[in-house]
Design a protein around this ligand. Structure first.
Ligand SMILES: Nc1ncnc2c1ncn2[C@@H]1O[C@H](COP(=O)(O)OP(=O)(O)O)[C@@H](O)[C@H]1O
Ligand SMILES: O=C(O)C1=C[C@@H](OP(=O)(O)O)[C@@H](O)[C@H](O)C1
Ligand SMILES: [Mg+2]
Length: 161
């Protein structure tokens, strides 16, 4: 199993489909699978049932993926120790974007429930998560100023080593 991890906006969803084509593996977008199962957008799920409910769905889905796939996770999947242990059984690829890249990509984003409020709060979440992504990663790919194709090529080269 290949798990793409990284902060919101690092490009997990953009890269996973292209990477799965290269590897000839199915592609699973966790956020989309949760939305389909729960029949509502993630932002509504947060608003109606809270983040804890979303996190339960996320863990349940993570553990239910059996077929070898490229998995695009949500940025917060690394928060639970239970999930960390599970991710570690596969190949974990961290898409590492700088804070400036994240801000420039998400400045107009309205969909992500945790991308709201002032920038200082969001940067605090980024600072907490960054070392967790790094510690879980089998491969770290710096993504700033690279096209999706360059990033996929870099991942492919690393996976062949
Ligand atoms: N390598 C890249 N270069 C430029 N823009 C990118 C790149 N990867 C992703 N993006 C853009 O950044 C935004 C967030 O990407 P997305 O794949 O949804 O990230 P994630 O799933 O990690 O939150 C999207 O608008 C996407 O088009
Ligand atoms: O960082 C997070 O906690 C989240 C990231 C989102 O996915 P992306 O990383 O694809 O934006 C989504 O799972 C949810 O809104 C929570
Ligand atoms: Mg995504």
């Amino acid at each position: 199993m290949i798990y793409l991890i990284g902060f919101m906006g690092s490009g997990k969803s953009t890269i996973a489909g292209k990477l799965s084509d290269e590897l000839n593996l199915p592609y699973i977008e966790m956020d989309k699978a949760i939305e389909e199962k729960e029949k509502m957008p993630i932002s509504d799920m947060f608003a109606q049932f809270g983040e804890t409910y979303f996190r339960k769905c996320e863990t349940h889905l993570l553990k239910s993926i059996n077929e070898e796939s490229v998995v695009s996770t949500g940025g917060g999947v690394i928060l639970k120790e239970e999930n960390q242990d599970y991710l570690s059984t596969g190949t974990v690829v961290f898409l590492r974007a700088s804070w400036n890249t994240i801000v420039s990509r998400l400045q107009n984003d309205q969909d992500r429930p945790l991308w709201k409020g002032d920038l200082t709060e969001k940067q605090a979440i980024f600072a907490v998560r960054q070392p967790i992504y790094e510690s879980l990663a089998h491969q770290i790919i710096d993504v700033d100023n690279k096209s999706p194709e360059e990033i996929v090529n870099e991942i492919m080269a690393r996976l062949k080593k």
